[in-house]
Design a protein around this ligand. Structure first.
Ligand SMILES: *[C@@H]1O[C@H](CO)[C@@H](O)[C@H](O)[C@H]1NC(C)=O
Ligand SMILES: *[C@@H]1O[C@H](CO)[C@@H](O)[C@H](O)[C@H]1NC(C)=O
Ligand SMILES: *[C@@H]1O[C@H](CO)[C@@H](O)[C@H](O)[C@H]1NC(C)=O
Ligand SMILES: *[C@@H]1O[C@H](CO)[C@@H](O)[C@H](O)[C@H]1NC(C)=O
Ligand SMILES: *[C@@H]1O[C@H](CO)[C@@H](O)[C@H](O)[C@H]1NC(C)=O
Length: 496
């Protein structure tokens, strides 16, 4: 850990100014909430007889045959919206269609205050399922016994009771997950999930460009789907058909959390989704979604020949990979999002898998960062210090842990860092932002490394299964990672 005397300013993002230079609305959740609030005030005043989600469906969101079966019919006449400005109208319509263009620009997504990005359509689908109180819906009989299936459905899928599908999961994540893996099974060059992307500007977000080969299940789509499940579950639980969405979205994305629960915010979507989702439930629901799709008239050609056993195998593969990558692994904010400057010189590649993980604290900044703008500013300040004062090529750490629910990419999984002199090519350096001589990081931040990061690194073959965790002080003359944090990590699996 670097102790340094330099004073840095915690740069804060200016209160989102919602219009870009060209006058168009910025692709930020604040702009979405602004439009939602206009629509809801019109709804309240009796000028609009549709809720925001019904309106969105009338305009083409979440309106496939599959969605209509589970959410009910959408308004057929696309409503006229005289009370929205021209730019608000085109912004709203643009957002309802999720797709990736050939240029790798992902459309239908917005930047959130927490530094992550969501696709709007699965989010709205989940909210609509919640508002309609749709969870368990009967699966049509022909879904399980399709005339085109040649293999006999096994008894397990025909237990004699009507099978049900969970509409909330189906319209958000499970259909998309099943289809993505079915496509990847049929085409070896098609990746099933990911990737993340970068905004052209965090201050004036307009274009979001993916960081690699596109899949239908981008990180932003998955974020939107998980948020849709979390918000939908909240709404079903409250039985609140008339709840205004503007305040709900504010609480969840930029406020104190749903119903005042600090942990029920977008920052903790992975943890919250895991809590809501029983083990095994997800796999069954992916299967049910694929069965229902197969039963629909204009279905995917890929599905028409697939028997229940094949669908079961696809569901099982999909849920295993999804769970590892998006539920067990921590969400890591990429360099482009915290405003990293380029690496100086030529980085050296690590030889994976590594055997060690070295735990650090930053010491200064001495205070934990609790919001994305604070954590991003800390990352920039540390990189500046390491590059300019220490004359290193880049920020020293492999990964950095915020107290906002996220980890931040330093040098990342593949490049040798500058964190633990003499051992930089042997292990990853993971640093908690703050000074932990006398206090501990938040329990959720500790858990992110202890339970998520280490497991993720093993499953991803980044570290050996028999890895060793050391505190920085075991490797050199330093107090890092602080007395209190050092005691704590001695209880961790793999500590020696
Ligand atoms: C909603 O308003 C439109 C005209 O603005 C009207 O055609 C439609 O019948 C109304 N729907 C309901 C359910 O009242
Ligand atoms: C299905 O169940 C029936 C009666 O419960 C049984 O007779 C039959 O052998 C079972 N079929 C399979 C393939 O297990
Ligand atoms: C397979 O996937 C790749 C990558 O997405 C795509 O370019 C190609 O057209 C697909 N091939 C077929 C036969 O669909
Ligand atoms: C965003 O992408 C569109 C095309 O998708 C392009 O016309 C526009 O210039 C881009 N804007 C910026 C700020 O790069
Ligand atoms: C850890 O596992 C690797 C490969 O399984 C093995 O080569 C290595 O000797 C093990 N290290 C220790 C310290 O047990």
């Amino acid at each position: 850990a670097a102790a340094w005397g330099r004073v840095w300013r915690r740069l804060r993002l200016p209160r989102a100014c919602l219009h870009g230079a060209a006058g168009s609305l910025l692709f930020h959740m604040d702009s979405v909430i602004q439009v939602v609030e206009v629509l809801e005030s019109q709804h309240l005043d009796g000028h609009l007889n549709l809720s925001v989600t019904e309106l969105a469906r009338g305009l083409g969101c979440c309106n496939s045959e599959f969605d209509r079966l589970l959410l009910g019919e959408a308004p057929t006449e696309p409503p006229d919206l005289p009370f929205l400005s021209q730019e608000q109208r085109s912004f709203f319509k643009h957002l309802l269609k999720h797709e990736v263009q050939a240029s790798l620009v992902e459309q239908g997504v917005v930047l959130l205050p927490d530094g992550t990005t969501v696709a709007v359509s699965p989010l709205l689908a989940g909210i609509e399922a919640g508002l309609k109180g749709r969870r368990e819906m009967p699966l049509p009989l022909e879904a399980v016994e399709p005339s085109l299936v040649t293999t006999e459905p096994s008894n397990q899928t025909r237990p004699g009771l009507p099978l049900t599908i969970d509409a909330l999961y189906a319209v958000t994540i499970t259909k998309a997950l099943g289809m993505a893996f079915l496509l990847a099974q049929a085409n070896e060059s098609q990746v099933p999930m990911g990737p993340n992307g970068c905004w052209d500007s965090v201050y004036e977000p307009q274009n979001f460009t993916l960081l690699g080969h596109p899949s239908p299940l981008t990180d932003a789509f998955i974020n939107g789907a998980l948020d849709g499940v979390i918000l939908g579950t909240h709404l079903v639980g409250q039985g609140m058909a008339r709840v205004p969405l503007g305040p709900l979205l504010r609480e969840y994305y930029s406020g104190g959390g749903l119903a005042g629960e600090r942990q029920v915010r977008s920052n903790f979507r992975r943890q919250n989704f895991v809590q809501l989702t029983e083990a095994g439930q997800l796999e069954e629901q992916v299967l049910r979604s694929l069965q229902l799709l197969r039963a629909l008239a204009q279905t995917e050609p890929l599905l028409s020949w697939a028997g229940d056993e094949e669908l079961q195998a696809t569901a099982s593969w999909a849920v295993q990979k999804f769970t590892e990558a998006y539920l067990e692994c921590p969400a890591i904010i990429p360099r482009c999002m915290w405003g990293a400057r380029p690496y100086r010189g030529t980085p050296t590649q690590l030889k994976l898998p590594l055997s060690f993980v070295y735990i650090h604290h930053t010491s200064s900044p001495s205070q934990p960062c609790r919001t994305f703008p604070e954590c991003a500013a800390d990352m920039r300040a540390m990189q500046r210090f390491h590059q300019e004062d220490r004359r290193w090529d880049d920020i020293g750490y492999s990964f950095v842990v915020g107290s906002d629910g996220y980890m931040y990419q330093g040098r990342g999984w593949h490049w040798v860092g500058a964190h633990t002199r003499g051992y930089n090519s042997k292990g990853y350096g993971v640093s908690f932002i703050g000074d932990y001589m006398d206090t501990l990081p938040e329990a959720f931040a500790l858990s992110l490394v202890r339970n998520n990061f280490l497991q993720c690194a093993v499953k991803g073959s980044k570290i050996q299964a028999n890895y060793t965790v050391h505190g920085h002080r075991q490797m050199g003359h330093t107090a890092c990672p602080g007395n209190r944090l050092f005691w704590e990590i001695q209880t961790w699996h793999g500590f020696k």
